[in-house]
Write a new protein. Structure first.
Lengths: 124, 237
């Protein structure tokens, strides 16, 4: 994985684990690789991995089981909530930049549905 | 958190010329720290002083609360350039030498690393490529069960695959509470591995900062921050 050196690495690790959870690469209840293993895989410091994981524990996205390691939450609603949050973040970015171009809400809706239709056609 | 390296009011001269002046530095245990500075800034000298190899300084240098030279040597593993060995010597003999000299040398750890780094013990020192030689130096240094590891420019002039493997070994085989100081004049490739950077400039510690803090507070990459500090365009509070 390539990190952006301008953004705190622990933050990018959290984003990485979020994506793994949302896409199902890490399933609910699944064990997360050991701290050292993650550090080796991502070429980062063990302390940075620990910071990212401890924030994920605080957010209850993962659960730390004493002596057994870290596990993805089994609470499906937590995962849905996370997915919703990431979608809203992406939408906000798109919406804000279109509004800056004076595109109206209705135009945004029209263009999004046009775009989706075009994507569907192109894939056929 | 305990400190692994504490330096107070260090002054060091060589042939009447000041090399390091009024150095104060504290490094907490368990960290990986990048020691940055131009060639000739005094990075190697500082490492030699911490390791107890260079003598005749003024001030205080303690490593995990030890300030006596013999005690420091026992807990600090300094990457040796292997220039003292006969270049026709086989690697296996050098490894045996390390086992004899350092009671904390772990053969098991060495074997794991040698396998990973693909070190061939049948070769002679003179037959090693630059990258392979550097891998051996790092492998030997990390095989000691030390409290502090000083790795002097392990990435100078070597290919990127060797560099990646060395970085990987550092993450993999660093004991949890041990501190690693890595000197380099180019930081990009190791930035993601570092907890802190220490910049040596004008014969002293010019700045010491957490890498995550540089990213979080300044929104800057580590290399960019380092260059700005060096050129004097960054306020380094």
């Amino acid at each position: 994985m390539n990190f952006d050196d301008k953004i705190p690495i622990y933050y990018q690790i959290k984003e990485y684990i979020y994506r793994q959870i949302i896409t199902g690469k890490l399933e609910p209840g699944e064990k997360i690789p050991a701290v050292r293993q993650l550090a080796v895989d991502l070429t980062v410091n063990v302390n940075t991995i620990q910071r990212a994981l401890s924030e994920l524990v605080t957010e209850k996205m993962i659960e730390s089981k004493r002596g057994r390691g870290n596990f993805v939450t089994e609470d499906i609603n937590k995962v849905k909530e996370l997915k919703g949050k990431l979608i809203m973040e992406q939408l906000k970015q798109m919406y804000d930049s279109l509004r800056k171009l004076n595109v109206s809400d209705q135009e945004i809706l029209d263009y999004v549905s046009q775009y989706i239709n075009k994507q569907e056609r192109d894939q056929k | 958190m305990t400190n692994s390296i504490e330096i107070k009011n260090l002054n060091y001269r060589k042939n009447m010329k000041p090399i390091l002046s009024n150095v104060n530095l504290t490094i907490a245990s368990g960290k990986i720290v990048g020691l940055l500075g131009e060639n000739g800034a005094g990075k190697t000298t500082l490492m030699r002083l911490i390791a107890g190899v260079a003598k005749g300084y003024q001030g205080q240098i303690s490593v995990v609360d030890e300030s006596k030279i013999a005690a420091k040597k026992a807990i600090v593993s300094f990457s040796e350039q292997l220039s003292g060995f006969n270049q026709n010597m086989k690697i296996e003999r050098i490894v045996r030498f390390y086992e004899d000299v350092y009671p904390d040398f772990s053969e098991d750890k060495y074997n794991q690393m040698a396998g990973f780094l693909q070190i061939n013990e049948d070769q002679k020192l003179s037959q090693l490529s630059k990258g392979m030689r550097e891998k051996l130096i790092i492998g030997l240094a990390l095989s000691r069960r030390a409290k502090v590891y000083l790795l002097d420019e392990p990435f100078g002039g070597i290919d990127s695959m060797s560099r990646k493997k060395i970085i990987n070994s550092i993450i993999r085989w660093k004991p949890d509470n041990a501190t690693i100081l890595i000197s380099d004049h180019y930081v990009s490739e190791i930035a993601s591995v570092l907890d802190e950077i220490v910049i040596i400039k004008d014969k002293t510690v010019f700045a010491q900062k957490s890498t995550e803090e540089i990213r979080e507070k300044f929104g800057e990459g580590i290399e960019e921050y380092y260059e700005k500090v060096y050129e004097g365009t960054e306020l380094h509070d």
